[in-house]
Design a protein around this ligand. Structure first.
Ligand SMILES: [Zn+2]
Length: 121
């Protein structure tokens, strides 16, 4: 294992799942720039979607690095926007979820429910 790989592994081990859950909730609460008519698919039980967990975790790790080292503009453009185009798309991880969390006609918001006790990433 290279030093870089070892450093990345120790960084991941230091991450707290509770902090990650809070970050997802806070970040999704701020999302406004998604096309809600054509490209807005989300699931309050986001933690039940393996691809979404991996994408959100990758975004979180990158976000932590950008918070420490700067470069948040790049985080939005090069990371969030790229993942968002898949995460919220009809053919993305939430598009075929089949879970109806909002009543027809209501503004769809990015609600986050707490994962079950013992849920881990
Ligand atoms: Zn779902």
């Amino acid at each position: 294992m290279s030093d870089q790989e070892a450093e990345a592994k120790s960084t991941e081990e230091a991450l707290s799942v509770e902090d990650f859950i809070g970050w997802v909730e806070d970040t999704m609460a701020d999302v406004e720039s998604v096309d809600r008519s054509a490209n807005m698919h989300w699931c309050a039980q986001w933690w039940a979607h393996p691809e979404a967990i991996k994408r959100l975790k990758a975004l979180y790790v990158e976000w932590l690095e950008r918070q420490a080292e700067g470069g948040m503009s790049s985080w939005w453009i090069d990371h969030f926007d790229r993942h968002a185009s898949v995460l919220f798309a009809k053919n993305g991880p939430f598009g075929e979820c089949g879970v109806s969390h909002v009543e027809k006609g209501m503004r769809r918001t990015l609600e986050c429910q707490q994962p079950p006790t013992g849920w881990t990433w």
